[in-house]
Design a protein around this ligand. Structure first.
Ligand code: FAD
Ligand code: NAP
Ligand code: SF4
Length: 673
């Protein structure tokens, strides 16, 4: 008999039963605020519920006006607001799955001038200074949580999750960092944590005993003046007594300067803290953060670190995750690569969240791949992200697809991305596509540089040019030296860098190349070194789980990162990850220079002019990362074939190209063709 995975075991909560151990963690999609967005939200959650997840937690909904994250964010405070939530709960319940609504009061993280907090202390990540709450306002807020939970119950939710972590209002009360009050809600730990217990008791009073109450507890604040381990344990025990059903793990305040979910964070990097708490309480605990494949889940559950796991972004990437894991088809999972580019970075820009590797996420009603009425024979030139995505979605529609790739492997520039220390996850996307090509019978022709003559030998109905981009070359004196190399040559191992290197171009690729050259071995694959690097105290002897000193690392070579424009390099990097890239440059001792004009390269090094002054960087190697141009070499001859011709990805437009656009381009064409 086949062994059933631990993640599929039901969990009995006494008054109710969860069908398995997988929670879909809270994510704000932006649909909550769109006109008619709840219909789309229902489709979004329903697809994840059909995909097998046991329990869904919605994006954060505020219990009152001042607690809204943004001025137009959703709140649930009035009976007339219940109806639209019913659309969501019905859609999920039809599938046999369960859904809880998250109650989130942003406190000083609110992005509007009406924000309130325990004390009048501005957060480093918002421009607004909050008003300190009066004791009356605190008591009213506690009642608002209760009313909102009651309305959630009326809307058909199976429970609520009370957001008590990540530095939001409740967390702000708990820690002396943000709580300077002298009344019954400030001062001692008992007073600071009173609001958490009062909210849970009020919620329980309003919803009765047969309703799931999850508390998202900050187990590791990762900020100075955060909670001590003893305080975390004490609060967890009190929450259990107050009637909490499940405790979900919260890691790091949003203002913490330690990565907690980015791709460079080792997988399951924080499950040790959930395991530590499991010895202290008897209610089930949920582990979170960088859990993205079934093997990781099984390891956490098998070793007894947690009772359940929560995944948010991995279920954006693949709504069918649980069903595929149940069928032991791990290879078929479209793995979340932790890039944040289409989910969190979108949320911060007030755009709808979606997923780089799955552009259908949160577009379930808009981007669909229904069977083609007339299947066509399609040729795709180039197996980079654009060509791969097109091939898979077109094949799903029943088209007969042949994918030509000049190199001996699929992936295009993604093959270079996966070589960067800390971006190992990118190889999962290539594994996913390899599986899908075999599964959907996409005919893959590697080592086949396409020419019009080659395509003319077949009777293709339509052609798709996805030949990507070619790195921009610079025509400067001395740049024909073998010591001036392109990022492609470097990352493919076709050329080596010396001990003193100048990188020309400080875009995403320039930063990645600095990381490649500055990090001899990936810390992501060595968690002990990674914790040391970021100053995380896994013995948890210090408040906030911070070490008093971070480990120093000796960079393997001297690096300069250069750009022509003035200002700090890295401004175009993702909102949620740019600071990590900049911190890594600092760690690797990279000198950055802006406003640079490049003169020549010779035996002395790279001659540049900065702020009107000539300077020679004493480098032995120059790596050019000066952007790219569309690869349209084949276009004129393909046009001669007289077949319908489509251009996607970098071949269509090189400016501001990334894999998110390349994959979406492929998907949108596949939907139309
Ligand atoms: P490409 O990836 O360039 O693929 C084009 C393919 O076409 C290639 O495989 C090529 O061999 C093939 N081809 C060309 N001509 C022919 C021909 N005549 N016949 C057959 N095949 C042909 N993007 C992100 O979004 N996030 C990141 O974190 C990120 N990191 C990156 C890190 C590095 C180091 C690099 C280099 C890129 C990174 N990118 C990242 C950019 C991303 O990889 C590109 O935007 C994306 O690959 C572009 O996809 P594409 O399919 O348009 O082109
Ligand atoms: P990019 O971000 O456009 O950066 C190109 C760099 O080259 C810039 O610093 C530019 O700045 C410089 N440059 C442009 N023309 C030049 C010239 N003629 N001479 C000298 N310098 C020149 O492009 P990229 O770094 O090549 O990255 C390509 C795409 O991949 C990006 O759009 C990016 O989104 C994506 N990517 C993303 C990530 C990520 O982590 N999200 C990582 C890697 C790549 P100046 O003009 O000021 O010198
Ligand atoms: Fe994961 Fe990136 Fe998709 Fe976000 S956009 S869900 S981080 S793969």
């Amino acid at each position: 008999m086949a062994v059933q995975r631990r993640m599929l075991e039901p969990l009995d909560l006494g008054f109710t039963r969860l069908k398995n151990r997988v929670v879909m963690g809270s994510m704000h999609t932006g649909l909550e605020e769109e006109k008619g967005g709840f219909d789309k939200l229902a489709a979004f959650y329903r697809e994840r519920a059909l995909g097998g997840v046991g329990l869904i937690v919605t994006g954060g909904i505020s219990p009152n006006f001042r607690g809204r994250l943004t001025p137009n964010a959703t709140q649930l405070s009035f009976p007339w607001q219940v109806g639209k939530h019913r659309i969501v709960t019905r859609a999920v319940h039809d599938t046999g799955s369960k859904i809880c609504m998250q109650l989130l009061h942003a406190g000083r993280y609110a992005y509007h001038p009406f924000s309130v907090a325990p004390s009048k202390l501005k957060s480093p990540i918002t421009p607004f200074t909050p008003k300190a709450m009066s004791a009356r306002q605190v008591r009213k807020t506690i009642r608002d949580f209760g009313s909102s939970a009651r309305l959630a119950q009326k809307a058909g939710y199976d429970g609520v999750e009370i957001m008590g972590s990540e530095g939001y209002l409740i967390n702000q009360f708990i820690c002396s960092r943000t709580n300077h009050r002298t009344d019954e809600y400030g001062g001692s730990f008992d007073n600071r944590s009173r609001i958490a217990i009062d909210i849970v008791e009020e919620v329980r009073r309003r919803v009765g005993s047969d309703f799931i109450v999850i508390f998202r507890l900050s187990m590791l604040d990762l900020v100075e003046q955060g909670s001590s381990w003893e305080e975390v344990v004490l609060l967890a025990k009190r929450l259990e007594m107050a009637g909490v059903t499940l405790i979900n793990t919260g890691i790091g305040w949003h203002e913490a300067r330690i990565p907690t979910i980015a791709t460079s964070v080792p997988r399951a990097a924080f499950s040790w803290v959930t395991a530590k708490l499991r010895q202290e309480v008897s209610i089930p605990l949920i582990a979170t953060n960088r859990i993205n494949m079934p093997a990781v889940i099984e390891q956490i559950l098998d070793s007894g670190q947690a009772d359940m796991v929560s995944m948010a972004r991995p279920l954006l990437a693949d709504p069918e995750f649980v069903n595929k894991a149940a069928a032991m088809q791990d290879e078929a999972i479209n793995t979340c690569i932790g890039c944040n580019q289409a989910c969190l970075d979108h949320t911060f820009k007030l755009q709808r969240a979606t997923c780089l590797v799955n552009p259908r996420a949160a577009y379930e009603k808009e981007l669909n791949f229904i069977k083609a009425y007339t299947p066509k024979k399609l040729a795709v030139v180039g197996a980079g992200p654009a060509g791969m995505a097109f091939a898979v979605y077109a094949a799903q529609r029943g088209h007969q697809v042949t994918l030509f790739e000049a190199r001996n492997e699929i992936g295009g520039q993604f093959n270079l991305a996966k070589e960067i220390p800390g971006k190992e996850e990118f190889s999962e996307t290539l594994r996913y596509f390899r599986y899908q090509f075999a599964h959907l019978q996409v005919e893959l022709k590697l080592n086949t540089p396409v020419t019009a003559a080659l395509l003319a030998q077949h009777d293709f109905d339509e052609l798709v040019l996805a030949a990507g981009v070619i790195p921009r070359q610079l025509q400067l004196p001395g740049f024909d030296s073998p010591n001036v190399i392109s990022y492609q040559q470097l990352l493919r191992g076709e050329a080596r860098a010396g001990s003193k290197v100048a990188i020309i171009g400080a875009g995403g690729i320039g930063f990645d190349v600095a990381q490649f050259l500055g990090e001899a071995k990936s810390a992501t694959l060595n968690p002990a070194r990674w914790y040391q690097r970021w100053g995380i105290d896994t013995a948890y002897q210090q408040r906030g789980g911070l070490l008093t000193e971070k480990a120093r690392e000796a960079p393997p070579r001297q690096l300069w990162l250069l750009q022509r424009k003035p200002g700090t390099p890295g401004k175009t990097l993702g909102k949620t990850t740019g600071w990590i890239h900049r911190a890594m440059l600092k760690l690797h001792g990279v000198e950055t220079l802006s406003g640079v004009s490049y003169q020549r390269f010779d035996d002395e090094g790279l001659h540049i002019v900065v702020e009107g002054k000539e300077r020679v960087l004493p480098v032995d190697t120059v790596v050019v990362c000066a952007g790219q141009e569309s690869n349209l070499a084949l276009l004129p001859e393909l046009q001669q074939l007289g077949k319908p011709l489509h251009i996607i990805g970098g071949a269509k437009l090189a400016a501001e190209l990334d894999a998110k656009r390349a994959i979406r381009d492929g998907a949108e064409l596949a939907m139309r063709i």
